[in-house]
Design a protein around this ligand. Structure first.
Ligand code: ADP
Length: 268
């Protein structure tokens, strides 16, 4: 019980990699929106959770995809027992309550949805709810807008418009350097020092593979999954194959190449 309370006050575990905490805090104090760029599984979501806790505000997260509409973010009328009632979407909730709103993988959303954030992302900091007759909702103190995306996935079609980008402060996150990543994987899994060392070395080797046809490389998240499998009793090799190689590709030739990398770096 005592431990639970201690964990709650400590907040989410996050190891800063550069000056991201300072930049985010300065942007938040100045009422500016934040754009987090970085590969999948590098810690963007954990960072936002950490910052929300640090600011002492809540967090509404939306995982964006192409079917998300502006109404999903802003709110809509729904039928409740024969009556039509308005239900705020997560973005409107954050605006009213003064919390962080995090739009994960924003480039997956369609343009007409993305433009809904413009008035919030600039100095106006207010929403206009067309479906409530244009009702304006000014952002309460504490509100902050954060979006994230993976620049590695960008296609011309899916890039963020300049008009959206210029409303934001950019913070680039990458995979933590080996020493920090080691600390993180040890903290997040029950794996032994030697297992984590092998996994970190393997991740480094996979990340250095150029022209291997990989869409993405082994992330901190996959390292943590491999560490968890090893700590559940799998051999380091099996854990690495299942959590770090398998998810990366379906191509038999690439899998073969990656398997030989695993065999080079992981003994037994
Ligand atoms: P993303 O949102 O970029 O896809 P996540 O925030 O979900 O990635 O990160 C995946 C996992 O990696 C987290 O659950 C956390 O365990 C770990 N992690 C990554 N970077 C860090 C970090 N700097 N400090 C603490 N944990 C981290």
């Amino acid at each position: 019980m005592v431990q639970e309370v201690a964990e709650e006050t400590e907040g989410p575990y996050y190891v800063p990699v550069g000056n991201e905490v300072e930049v985010f805090a300065a942007a938040y104090d100045a009422g500016l929106s934040v754009m987090l760029k970085g590969p999948t599984g590098c810690g963007k979501t954990r960072f936002v959770e950490f910052m929300a806790h640090r600011f002492g505000v809540g967090l509404n997260t939306v995982s964006c995809h192409e079917d998300i509409t502006a109404s999903d973010l802003l709110g809509r009328h729904v039928l409740q027992g024969g009556d039509t009632v308005w239900v705020d979407g997560p973005m409107t909730r954050s605006v009213r309550e003064g919390s962080l709103c995090y739009l994960d993988e924003i480039v997956e959303a369609r343009q007409d949805t993305i433009v809904a954030i413009h008035p919030l992302a600039d100095h106006r900091r207010e929403l206009s709810l067309e479906r409530l007759g244009g009702q304006r909702v000014e952002a309460a103190a504490g509100f902050g807008l954060v979006v994230s995306y993976n620049p590695g996935y960008q296609s011309v079609l899916k890039d963020l418009k300049v008009s959206t980008r210029q409303r934001m402060v950019a913070i680039e996150l990458g995979f933590p350097p080996a020493e920090l990543e080691r600390e993180i994987v040890l903290h997040e899994t029950g794996a032994t020092d030697s297992t984590v060392d092998e996994l970190i070395t393997l991740a480094g080797a996979i990340r250095r593979l150029d022209d291997f046809g990989l869409r993405e490389v082994a992330s901190t998240r996959t390292l943590i999954a491999a560490g968890a499998l090893a700590s559940a009793g799998l051999s380091t090799r099996d854990a690495a194959m299942a959590a770090m190689v398998g998810p990366l590709t379906d191509d038999p030739l690439i899998t073969e190449g990656l398997t030989s990398v695993v065999d080079t770096y992981i003994g037994g």
